[in-house]
Write a protein that binds this ligand. Structure first.
Ligand SMILES: *Cc1c(COP(=O)(O)O)cnc(C)c1O
Length: 342
């Protein structure tokens, strides 16, 4: 079998959900956008629903339609991108709750689906999505019927960043005195403490074992098959651009996985793979479908090596590539065999 095995520990996912929920005395929603952060929206959201999650969030109405088919009626599904042109039938038929982001979206929703639930996303300083303070003054009255008032923190992974308290103050100013439930915290905001929790926390990455939830249990393991091992001598080179040239004879294993499987090219010459407890450096360039790894120090020629596992989590691998765990998770490719364990 020349494809890698991606093992997704749903028991660890549920444990992370419960651990985050235990940090807050309010409802804990689950963010499952981008196919459950790349781990499989159906499996992930069913496990979370079984663990008691009643509120889910996705990025787009299309994702909401898929999630509704998985979850059936019951759980609420919020859509961060709101009610964009062309979404009306999906929002109505799949019973989605758009988080309206602008005066135009509020108008569109009121005209197209006047009796359908909605939330409002407010911009408290991230300048990415949400109704701006100036517009909100006029729209606040219409916002009274919202099932949720929410905003998103730009710097919550840095607990001492002054933008956190600035956004908190702005969120209070925009929503205090309104009856609708409120939500400000994703994973980072959840860890900032109860001032940030309001009526609902909505973690994503922490569920999947990623930072900033440092105590998270790892959820993914990725094991890659070795398809050849050869001796490479001084004076020879390995892979594209002849980027690796050994000084001494080395045993070089070729593994079946590459940047088309989410092992991004920025990992070239930087990542480490693991044969049990033995670290094996990735040498040379990452190819589309192949990696080359120095296995000289392994006790025996390995048949498989782990690139995500007990010795190296998504954030460790991300650090090697100069990115964040979110990008590693959501890039995990479609070619792996996916095994879900409890
Ligand atoms: C992605 C997202 C979340 C979840 O964020 P994490 O950092 O993954 O916990 C919450 N709210 C909004 C608006 C988001 O876009």
């Amino acid at each position: 079998m020349a494809v890698g095995t991606l093992t997704i520990d749903l028991g660890a996912l549920v444990a992370n959900y419960r651990a985050l929920a235990a940090r807050a005395a309010v409802e804990t929603a689950a963010v499952v956008k981008a196919g459950g952060y790349g781990l499989g929206v159906a499996e992930v959201s069913r496990a979370l629903a079984d663990a008691g999650a009643r509120q889910f969030f996705v990025a787009t109405a299309e994702e909401g339609v898929t999630l509704r088919a998985t979850l059936g009626s019951g759980p609420a599904i919020g859509v961060f991108s709101g009610h964009t042109a062309g979404d009306t039938a999906m929002i109505r038929d799949a019973d989605l709750t758009p988080m309206l982001n602008s005066p135009e979206q509020m108008q569109r929703h009121r005209t197209a689906l006047p009796d359908h639930p909605f939330g409002v996303q407010l911009d408290t300083g991230m300048n990415r999505l949400g109704v701006e303070p100036g517009d909100w003054t006029e729209l606040r009255d219409q916002g009274k019927g919202a099932s949720l008032l929410m905003s998103h923190l730009a710097c919550a992974d840095e607990p001492t960043h002054r933008q956190n308290t600035a956004q908190l103050a702005k969120f209070h100013a925009m929503t205090d005195g309104m009856a609708a439930p409120r939500s400000l915290a994703a994973t980072g905001g959840t860890l900032l403490g109860s001032d940030y929790h309001f009526d609902m926390i909505r973690p994503g990455v922490g569920l999947y074992g990623g930072l900033p939830f440092a105590e998270a249990r790892p959820v993914v393991r990725l094991s890659l098959p070795v398809i050849q091992i050869r001796t490479v001598h001084p004076g020879e080179s390995v892979g594209y651009a002849a980027a690796y040239q050994p000084d001494t004879p080395r045993q070089i294993a070729t593994l079946s996985a590459g940047y088309a499987d989410g092992l991004i090219r920025a990992l070239s010459s930087r990542a480490t793979l693991w044969d049990g407890d033995h670290p094996c450096p990735l040498v040379g360039r990452v190819s589309m479908d192949l990696l080359t790894v120095d296995v000289t120090e392994c006790p025996a020629p390995p048949e498989r090596l782990d690139i995500l596992g007990p010795h190296q989590g998504v954030d460790d691998l991300a650090a090697a590539a100069g990115t964040i765990g979110y990008e590693i998770l959501t890039s995990l490719g479609a070619r792996y065999v996916r095994e879900y364990i409890q």
